[in-house]
Design a protein around this ligand. Structure first.
Ligand code: SAH
Length: 368
C-alpha cells in the first residue's frame, strides 16, 4: 500500500481568518452591520473579549443565542488550542504551548513575582534573524502571527492571572514583554496594532499600561525610527550582546546591515522622543563576549550614545540543545557588571526563570 506524502494532509500554513481583535472599533461595527446586526453588538462582543476575557458564546447571555453564534462564527474564529502547560519555579513560571489554526506551534511564558506578573509573548512562529545562540533562531521563520494571535496570548495570560491559576491567588497581569519567539519589528504593523489592543482601555483593549510593555529587537534601524514616530510609551529593548561590530556580525547577523553605532543612535532617538530609558540586552557567553575589555567598551559606547537613558540587562546564557556555548562563571559575570557600572551605566543581571522547562530566554522552540 502506498501512502500519500504527508504534505497533502498538512493544512496550508498561513494567517488565521480575520478576527475582531484585528479590527479597529469602527471596523468592528462595520463588520457587525455587514452581518445584518445592530452596530452596538460590536461593543458587546468587544466587552466579552477584552473585559471578560471570554470567547465562549455560552457566556454571552446579553446577546440573543442565534445572533451570538453568527457573530462569534464570523468575528471570533478559533485562534489557538492549548496543547500543553508546564510549570517551574514552584508553579510561579508557566509555559503554554499553543497550536494555531494551521498547526503552527508557538509558546508564551507567564512569570509571577511578588509585585507583578509578566507575560513573555511571541510575535512570530519561528524567527528569521538566525542568532546562533538562540533556540528559535535555529529553526528559521515559519510565519508572522496575526494581531489577534499576538493579543490572544495576552488574553489567555490575563485570564490565568484573574482565575488564580498560578500560586498566590487571583491577581492581575501587569507586564508584557515581546521576548518570546520572533523578531517583533519584522512583523511591524501587526505588533503595533497589538500594542494598541493590549493597552487601550476596555472595551477596546485589555487596558495594560504602555509603560509596562517592552518591545525587544535585534536592532532593525528603520523600524526603530518608525516606532519613534508612533507616540507610544512602550519600553524599547535592544539585543546588543557585544559592543563591537566584528563579534556582533556573528552573534546577531543582522548587524552586517545596521551596525552597533547605527543601532545605538536609533535607540537614542527613541529615548529622546519618549523620555524612556532603553534596555540593552546582553546574553553573557563564556569566553565569547564576557571579557573585561568588552565590558569597558560597552559602558563607554553606551555613555557616548545614550548618556543616562540606558540600562544594561545581563542575561546569563541559557544553553540551547547542541550548543557549544555556556554561561559565564559567576565571578566573570560580577566583574563584567562592575566594569560596566564603572563607566556610569546601570547594569543588572536578569533572573533566569523556567530554565528546567525550556522556558527561559532564547529557549522557546515549540517542539510539540
Ligand atoms: N527578537 C527579539 C526578541 C526575542 S528574544 C530580540 O532579539 O530582541 C529576547 C531576548 O532573549 C533577546 O535579547 C535574545 O537575544 C535573548 N536570547 C536569545 N537566546 C538566548 C539564550 N540562549 N540565552 C539567553 N538569552 C537569549
Amino acid at each position: 500500500m502506498t501512502s500519500l506524502p504527508l504534505v497533502f494532509d498538512a493544512p496550508k500554513r498561513g494567517l488565521p481568518p480575520r478576527h475582531l481583535v484585528d479590527l479597529s472599533p469602527a471596523q468592528r461595527a462595520e463588520a457587525v452591520a455587514a452581518l445584518g446586526e445592530k452596530p452596538f453588538r460590536a461593543k458587546q462582543l468587544s466587552n466579552h473579549y477584552f473585559s471578560r476575557l471570554t470567547v465562549d458564546p455560552a457566556e454571552m447571555t446579553d446577546i440573543p443565542a442565534t445572533t451570538r453564534d453568527k457573530l462569534v462564527a464570523d468575528l471570533m474564529p478559533p485562534l489557538f488550542t492549548v496543547v500543553r502547560k508546564v510549570t517551574a519555579d514552584e508553579g510561579t513560571t508557566s509555559k503554554t504551548l499553543l497550536r494555531a489554526h494551521d498547526g503552527t506551534l508557538i509558546e508564551s511564558v507567564l512569570m509571577r513575582y511578588p509585585d507583578r506578573a509578566t507575560l513573555c509573548i511571541s510575535s512570530q512562529a519561528g524567527c528569521g534573524m538566525a542568532c546562533p545562540f538562540c533556540a528559535t533562531g535555529q529553526g528559521g521563520l515559519q510565519r508572522n502571527l496575526s494581531t489577534a494571535e499576538i493579543v490572544d496570548q495576552v488574553r489567555l495570560g490575563a485570564a490565568a492571572m484573574r482565575d488564580g491559576d498560578l500560586p498566590g491567588g487571583p491577581g492581575r497581569l501587569s507586564n508584557i514583554v515581546f521576548m518570546g519567539m520572533g523578531e517583533p519589528l519584522a512583523n511591524y504593523k501587526r505588533i503595533l496594532e497589538a500594542v494598541h489592543r493590549i493597552c487601550d482601555p476596555a472595551p477596546d483593549g485589555l487596558g495594560i499600561s504602555q509603560r509596562h510593555v517592552t518591545v525587544s529587537t535585534v536592532g532593525l534601524v528603520p523600524a526603530i525610527k518608525k516606532l519613534t514616530e508612533e507616540d507610544l510609551q512602550v519600553r524599547l529593548a535592544v539585543s546588543l550582546h557585544t559592543p563591537d561590530d566584528e563579534l556582533r556580525d556573528t552573534l546577531v547577523p543582522v548587524n552586517t546591515k545596521w551596525n552597533v553605532s547605527e543601532v545605538l543612535e536609533a535607540a537614542r532617538g527613541y529615548a529622546d522622543k519618549t523620555g524612556r530609558r532603553v534596555s540593552i540586552e546582553y546574553a553573557l557567553i563564556r569566553d565569547i563576549n564576557d571579557q573585561g575589555w568588552r565590558a569597558d567598551l560597552l559602558g563607554k559606547k553606551l555613555r557616548k550614545h545614550l548618556g543616562q537613558l540606558v540600562h544594561v540587562n545581563l542575561i546569563p546564557l541559557n544553553p540551547t540543545p547542541g550548543s557549544k556555548w555556556d554561561a559565564s562563571p559567576k565571578p566573570v559575570e560580577r566583574e563584567f557588571v562592575r566594569r560596566v557600572r564603572e563607566q556610569g551605566v546601570e547594569c543588572t543581571v536578569r533572573d533566569t526563570r523556567g530554565q528546567e522547562i525550556a522556558a527561559a530566554c532564547g529557549q522557546l522552540a515549540a517542539e510539540g
